[in-house]
Unconditional design. Structure first.
Length: 727
């Protein structure tokens, strides 16, 4: 037996040696998917079934393609040359350059990025006399991308597939956009797959050429394919049917970007007689973690079915921990304290991760880690206070607090767009320099003397707004004022109108920023804190905790994984369930499965009974996913007020049917919450109290509404009495 086959377990070897005919490899998390795929590739070449250029190997990322190329070369003992190995887009671009003339392009066509694509769409809309303020170009871009993901050129967009964008003119604009691309000898990324699929579908001689060329097809992450990728693969495989797709239906979590889990579920129907090989021996996680993940995902109906079992020698491990907490602040303290304890015991920070459902959740953990002095990194994104929308909102707050902050004013004066171009801004700077006055004062002069039309009125309205908001700051406090300012300035509305996939997350981040203000007695105190946080940037290298979303964690693994926020409405996401019903719930459960299976040795799930919405609190109920975890592999712990006995004594609010809206958390409208009110009672000296940022402490002195408190961890502080509660 060859060495490269000796390293495989029986199921992996079956997947590698089942070379001819259609094969679906259901590779569970941590079961050696990459090893199987690369070994199969090398096996085809070593057994002389095909030359390197006769195998088409498709991945989803350039990183995966590089890794496969290196591993295949290692097995072969020499670099693999002439391979058709790469991402869907890279391979389709390579094919399209050979046949560009069949879709009216030349082989030297350009590929537009998203910025160029948006600019071109705006030109098309302007030519069609469509108001870009009323009908946002980003929304049209999303519609066109969805059609391309479904393999639909303009001529094949049916009325059923059409959109009501611009009063039903989306299909017309799509056709005009495609014509404009052709005139420019250009494509966007969606066209790479769309064009080559259309060529293969309508030119049999070209399809036959590729049938002769590719004897074997290998596909990674098949569960993440969209419709046009699926069509392209089926066309290429319909002759010899030597296609091997590797994937995991339980890890299909990208429907929001076009992925269709049905592609993997109907593989046997598409390729009758297909062999199904299940890789169920997991070499990553302990038995309790695998049993918890298996028990959870078993509640999904739309799956082919497999059960992970431990393949490592030290599979016995501690149970999955579910921590019930009183509030979200206590949750952040729990995670930070456990991390600190683990590190003292020799656990590397780089082997710890916090996986959240939504990006805004990272803020409380970032704050806690900074307080503890534990270095961290945000994987796949920016730190909370570095995100563009947060920096914009803080710039508004800086101008509100300090009108002479020229850098902050320059950042937001045309955000959202107010028609103030470079010329107008230059005029303001010239006035400011000549008169030695702040930019805000120069802007008022420029509005009267230089600017004209809409730009003049928009700038005057902004300046009047700042006067109004400063007056409000003194009367109603910083929390409500910042929320109102972001709303009245048009900034939040700008993101509400944005139809990009990132926009909902940006709005959630802005809400989280307003939540953060409740921890500070004044706007100045909050801005000082932000400045200190921004100075706390760690170097890129070193031992650091990883914070990321569950979507960003796929493919990664850590010794210890924290999974906070398992509450109804947050996880599973209420928005996902509202938009996609039972199908959305199943995808949320797959996301929970992905989160659990990232852990090698320790998985800690947490949920809070109360979460703050702006300055106030709302109650939450534990996620239904917690109830679905098998009792024998889960240990429940946490606050006395949320003991397991109390949870079990209440009747279950969940059933196997959908929709499941029982005890749905109350939704609070944005920007409606008032600042924290003054206390009606007094807190005497000697009282034990709790503060959201500083934790527990004892009152040592009192003066009017100010308290001197000796905190257990933060030391001596003076705070307003309305910011503490009796412990």
């Amino acid at each position: 037996m060859s060495d490269y086959l000796a390293r495989l377990n029986p199921e992996q070897r079956e997947a590698v040696e089942s070379v001819d005919g259609p094969v679906l490899v259901l590779a569970g998390a941590g079961t050696g998917k990459t090893r199987v795929l690369t070994t199969r590739f090398a096996h085809i070449l070593l057994t002389k079934r095909a030359f390197p250029n006769q195998v088409l190997a498709v991945t989803f990322t350039n990183k995966a393609a590089r890794e496969m190329r290196e591993r295949v070369g290692a097995i072969l003992g020499q670099p693999a040359e002439g391979l058709w190995l790469g991402t869907f887009h890279a391979l389709c671009a390579r094919m399209l350059r050979r046949h560009a003339d069949l879709v009216g392009l030349t082989s030297s066509f350009n590929i537009l990025d998203s910025d160029d694509q948006l600019r071109l769409l705006k030109q098309v809309m302007e030519a069609a006399k469509i108001d870009a303020k009323r009908f946002v170009p980003q929304a049209l871009m999303a519609i066109i991308q969805r059609w391309k993901d479904r393999g639909l050129p303009p001529a094949r967009v049916t009325p059923a597939e059409d959109s009501d964008f611009a009063n039903g003119r989306a299909r017309e604009l799509y056709a005009a956009y495609q014509d404009r691309l052709k005139t420019l000898n250009a494509t966007d990324f969606g066209d790479l797959l769309l064009h080559i699929t259309e060529i293969l579908r309508t030119h049999p001689e070209v399809l036959a050429q590729y049938h002769r060329m590719f004897r074997y097809i290998l596909v990674d992450e098949y569960q993440d394919t969209n419709v046009v990728q699926y069509m392209w693969l089926r066309l290429l495989a319909q002759s010899h049917k030597n296609i091997c797709c590797v994937g995991d239906d339980d890890q299909s979590i990208y429907s929001w970007r076009g992925a269709e889990v049905e592609n993997i579920l109907r593989f046997e129907h598409d390729f009758p007689g297909a062999r199904i090989v299940r890789l169920e021996r997991n070499y990553r996680s302990t038995e309790p973690i695998l049993a918890a993940a298996a028990g959870l995902i078993a509640h999904n109906e739309g799956r082919l079915g497999k059960t992970l079992r431990a393949g490592r020698n030290d599979a016995a491990g501690e149970k999955v921990t579910v921590v019930a907490l009183w509030d979200s602040a206590e949750e952040a303290r729990m995670v930070g304290d456990r991390m600190e304890s683990l590190r003292k015991g020799g656990h590397a920070l780089a082997e710890m991760a916090v996986l959240v459902r939504a990006g805004f959740q990272t803020r409380s953990f970032e704050e806690r880690l900074i307080t503890l002095g534990l270095p961290y990194r945000i994987v796949g994104g920016l730190r909370f206070y570095e995100r563009a929308e947060i920096r914009d909102a803080i710039a508004y707050a800086r101008v509100l607090h300090t009108p002479a902050d020229d850098l902050a004013f320059e950042r937001i004066v045309n955000l959202p767009r107010r028609g103030i171009g470079e010329q107008g801004l230059r005029a303001m700077h010239e006035i400011a320099r000549a008169r030695e006055i702040p930019l805000t004062a120069a802007a008022a002069i420029a509005a009267d003397t230089v600017l004209k039309g809409k730009a003049r009125e928009a700038l005057k309205e902004l300046l009047r707004g700042f006067e109004r908001w400063r007056d409000m700051l003194g009367r109603e406090g910083h929390i409500k004022t910042l929320a109102t300012m972001l709303d009245e300035s048009g900034y939040t509305d700008m993101w509400k109108q944005d139809k990009s996939p990132e926009a909902p997350g940006r709005l959630e981040n802005l809400k989280e920023l307003v939540r953060a203000l409740a921890d500070y007695e004044t706007l100045a105190g909050f801005l000082d804190h932000v400045s200190l946080v921004m100075e706390n940037e760690e170097n890129a290298a070193g031992d650091r905790v990883s914070l990321m979303t569950l979507h960003g964690a796929k493919g990664l693994e850590f010794d210890t994984v924290f999974l906070p926020g398992w509450e109804e409405g947050l996880f599973p996401s209420q928005r996902t369930m509202d938009e996609s019903g039972a199908k959305g719930l199943e995808e949320e459960r797959r996301l929970a499965y992905v989160g659990l299976t990232r852990a090698r040795r320790r998985a800690i799930i947490s949920h809070a009974a109360n979460r703050r919405i702006y300055a106030n609190w709302q109650s939450s109920i534990p996620s239904r996913f917690i109830e679905e975890l098998p009792d024998d592999v889960v240990e429940h712990t946490g606050s006395q007020a949320m003991r397991r006995e109390k949870l079990l004594s209440a009747p279950s609010v969940f059933t196997n049917s959908f929709p499941l809206y029982a005890q749905r958390p109350k939704q609070v409208e944005a920007w409606e919450q008032p600042a924290r009110a003054a206390r009606a009672d007094s807190i005497p000296v000697g009282t034990r109290v709790f503060h959201q940022k500083f934790g527990y402490g004892t009152v040592t002195a009192s003066e009017d509404d100010k308290l001197d408190i000796s905190f257990e961890k933060a030391g001596d502080k003076r705070v307003l009495d309305r910011f503490v509660e009796r412990a």
